[in-house]
Design a protein around this ligand. Structure first.
Ligand code: RBF
Length: 345
């Protein structure tokens, strides 16, 4: 009878243990540990949003012994992302997937249906209403508004390569809703706040890595009168900077401090506080304070977007009168006194 009881106990333990080890796990495991997969939709190198995401997660793991972070580079074939993420989820090794891409919520919703215990936190995107997913959208309309305003001041200003035509350029790797509805319209609206007569030449590369194609596009746009560029192009943006350097044009840059790469050419850099946000997110996961199912938008006022003005690349190269106008505009924007409507995505 006793033997039978122990056999039953052992059987009971065997049946229960795999259950407690995988499916029912909270996003921070029951023992307080957390295994996070940082899913990079492309490659880390050359893409500031991904560099900051990976660095923030790795720093957080180094500071918290209970947190394990695995960075996975999914590569540039977008058609493979869902399948790749599905097989990573199927390994059962992760409590949480962290990513930064506007196309990820849809993919994560599909993967999540197969793995109901898995949680997803995605920055640079927007999706509300899925209890497995939390999103954080940077207000890229706003960043583009102030970078566009600066581009407008430069093209109408007195710098040696600013020609009399009021034409600026925007080069995108590909079209997607955040680009078409926030980033490009914000850039155009900002430039026209500087001068309503400004026109924008908009071109598409077709991928996130071909710097030669980006350079060719930029050179032909310079031929057409463009003297200031902005871009959302990942690693391919290096080609635009080289073209501007070679032929005499200027660049304003989204999301990261790029001044030192081309002093006197890159005249303004916005900044995305992705590293700070990612570390706050992971702290929120550990303390159980993430509101899954919700979508937050963060920008300049909340301290997640900025402009880097305290850099010689800005204050030594941008003419004094442009700095004065731009700094005043930015101060107004920080105070919430520049009115604009954030378009729906
Ligand atoms: N941004 C990058 O910096 N590098 C990339 O490789 C990259 N790939 C993207 C792929 C897709 C399908 C989409 C929709 C966006 C991609 N982005 C990439 C854009 C990035 O997530 C973000 O929207 C912009 O950097 C502006 O915040």
């Amino acid at each position: 009878m006793k033997k039978c009881f122990f056999a039953f106990l052992i059987l009971f333990a065997l049946v229960l243990s795999p259950l407690s080890a995988s499916p029912g796990r909270e996003s921070s495991g029951r023992d307080g540990s957390l295994s996070a997969l940082v899913y990079i939709t492309g490659m880390v190198a050359g893409s500031p949003p991904y560099e900051l995401l990976a660095a923030g997660a790795q720093e957080f793991a180094a500071e918290h012994g209970s947190v394990r972070v695995t960075v996975y580079e999914a590569g540039f074939n977008q058609a493979e992302w869902e399948e790749q993420l599905t097989s990573l989820a199927a390994s059962g090794e992760y409590d949480l997937v962290l990513g930064s891409n506007p196309s990820l919520p849809e993919i994560c919703a599909a993967v999540g249906r197969k793995f109901p215990a898995l949680k997803f936190i995605i920055t640079d995107s927007e999706l509300a209403g899925n209890p497995q997913i939390a999103t954080y959208l940077y207000n890229q309309y706003q960043q583009s508004l102030y970078l566009g305003y600066l581009a407008g001041l430069i093209t109408t200003g007195s710098l040696p390569h600013a020609n009399p035509g009021k034409r600026i350029g925007f080069i995108a790797a590909q079209e997607y809703p955040l680009l078409n509805r926030h980033i490009l319209p914000g850039f155009i609206a900002g430039a026209r706040m500087a001068d309503p007569g400004i026109t924008v030449d908009f071109r598409i590369i077709g991928n996130w890595f071909d710097a030669n194609k980006a350079s060719d596009l930029a050179l032909s746009m310079i031929d057409g009168g463009v003297d200031v560029f902005a871009s959302i192009a990942g690693g391919a943006a290096q080609g635009i900077i080289r073209a501007a350097q070679q032929r005499g044009a200027y660049v304003v840059y989204h999301n990261t401090n790029e001044y030192a790469n081309a002093p006197g050419v890159i005249l303004g850099c916005g900044f995305m506080e992705q590293k700070k946000l990612v570390k706050e997110i992971l702290a929120g996961v550990l303390s159980g304070q993430i509101a899954y199912g919700t979508a937050r938008t963060v920008g300049l006022e909340e301290g997640y977007l900025d402009f880097i003005a305290d850099d010689p690349g800005y204050f030594n190269y941008v003419p004094r009168e442009i700095q004065q106008k731009f700094n005043a505009f930015l101060a107004e924007m920080r105070a919430g006194r520049i009115s604009y409507t954030l378009p729906p995505l």
